[in-house]
Design a protein. Structure first.
Length: 213
């Protein structure tokens, strides 16, 4: 759709000056010229990745904040924050960051050394410089009526690049230690009980921290 005639080259250049050289947000520019942020985005593009270098330090020093939280604090789009962060280790909306830290701190309390890995790596924690651990979260997969289950079903995805997967059943906060060598790519099970046994066979992996050496 062509731009209205009132958006002359000079005016568009002014908008780009505010955005790219003064580092103003789309909201700030929109208020200044009397249009919505969406209209500014249509005219000059989102260009959310254009964030001053000094703000990069603020972003990278706050791994315990989500992209959305930092976007609100700094006045940018969440996608802009994500582009600066790249694959670095930081808090996410799904809650994996909190559980990775929780597991890491617990392993440290057992005397292990813990190194947190960036998201591009297929595991989350390098333990004692050699053991690769992935954290997997699962919410209740409740198909009780359809499959006749008397308890909640969970499904965990194991990654081939890790030695252990720490599975967290979120509704209960229960933790399972799954060795890679014993399973395929996906684990599906009922917890805490199944229709035929009083205790799930997966109880043997429940809180089995001693398996990680």
């Amino acid at each position: 759709m062509p731009l209205p005639k009132r958006w002359t080259d000079e005016k568009i250049a002014y908008l780009k000056y505010l955005r790219f050289e003064k580092y103003q947000t789309l909201d700030e520019i929109g208020r200044k010229v009397g249009v919505s942020r969406e209209r500014i985005r249509q005219i000059i593009g989102n260009s959310g990745y254009i964030i001053p270098e000094w703000k990069h330090g603020v972003i990278k020093k706050n791994p315990d904040r989500t992209n959305e939280e930092l976007a609100e604090m700094l006045g940018y789009e969440p996608g802009s924050i994500a582009s600066v962060r790249g694959n670095t280790f930081h808090k996410d909306k799904q809650g994996r960051y909190d559980w990775i830290i929780h597991v890491g701190e617990f392993l440290e309390s057992l005397g292990h050394s813990v190194e947190y890995k960036p998201y591009r790596v297929p595991y989350d924690i390098l333990l004692n410089g050699k053991t690769k651990i992935k954290i997997a979260l699962a919410r209740r997969w409740n198909h009780s009526e359809r499959y006749g289950l008397v308890s909640d079903a969970y499904r965990f995805h194991l990654r081939s690049g890790s030695d252990f997967t720490i599975g967290v059943a979120l509704e209960y906060g229960d933790i399972f230690v799954f060795p890679k060598v014993e399973f395929g790519r996906v684990i599906r099970f009922v917890w805490p009980s199944n229709p035929h046994k009083s205790v799930s066979k997966w109880a043997q992996y429940h809180n089995r921290w001693e398996m990680i050496t």
